[in-house]
Design a protein around this ligand. Sequence first.
Ligand code: FAD
Ligand code: FES
Length: 275
Amino acid sequence: MKSIFQEKAKVLNNTRIGLSYGRIALLCSRNYLAAKPGQFVMVHPDNGTDPLLRRPFSIHRLITLKHDAACIEILYKIVGKGTRQMVKLSPGDRIDILGPLGNGFAISDRLQRVYIAGGGIGAAPLLFLASALRSMKNGPVECTLFLGGRSKSDLLCMNEFVDTGIKLHVSTDDGTAGEKGFLTNPLEAAIQENCPDMIYACGPMGMLACVAGIAEKYETSCQVSIETVMACGMGACLGCAVKEKTSDAQYLHACLDGPVFDACCLSLQSGGREL
Ligand SMILES: Cc1cc2nc3c(=O)[nH]c(=O)nc-3n(C[C@H](O)[C@H](O)[C@H](O)COP(=O)(O)OP(=O)(O)OC[C@H]3O[C@@H](n4cnc5c(N)ncnc54)[C@H](O)[C@@H]3O)c2cc1C
Ligand code: FES
């Protein structure tokens, strides 16, 4: 049984990234030092009044501070009420968080070559993952990130990814930065040249379905981090049910069984949500 903690985390800083994104750093209890890449937190941007329900966000980065204190960063896209409130938070404010939640990416020191695919805000959990892979003593010899976005302004955290030492391949749908087109094109080209032991992916459901299809075609392991509607984040509300690929009747909880799944387990074409 994993431990989950509810606390009022102190905002250390909150920076706007362009018009649509922000990054917030939260001082948390040392319990977060055990958090794994791919895990998430449920956040009450307004401490539970409006909106009423917490919102799920991946742990973007975990930083160990002095005296074993932990700081987690969240990278967020401003899409609605909760994230519009989040952008207004200032250093010193406190917000209610619950976590760390869910199952993260499975990482093993048997991996030699790893490809990571991140589309748009899907980059959020991948910086923590890239840092963890690069800091492993017997980590993969090659780690390449295929980072994509609709446009240049949707390419997130490029410098931070480069700082981890990962190889970076950039593409945009409109060609305003990097190669023009979907990131799945250079990803497939790279696989044809050198097949990885593992593909990790996070991004829009269409992208994940395409990455899963490529992994199946080249018989490579693939783990995807999915987004679903989540009300509780702890297995109590059934709001996050996703359909298992192999069974018509079997559903999984994205919050408990995921949000990271083996791509072959889920029916991703439909967003995993044939309810
Ligand atoms: C496990 C998990 C991890 C996540 N990690 C991140 C993250 O690191 N950074 C980040 O920016 N977002 C992340 N999300 C999505 C994030 O939870 C939503 O964007 C957020 O809840 C929106 O809250 P809001 O109040 O601003 O918008 P709302 O007012 O709730 O919604 C605004 C609009 O966004 C749509 N929307 C809301 N949630 C989602 C979703 N999950 N997927 C697609 N569309 C949605 C709604 O349908 C609506 O159209 C994650 C989701 C999950 C399940
Ligand atoms: S979010 Fe409530 S059961 Fe998963």
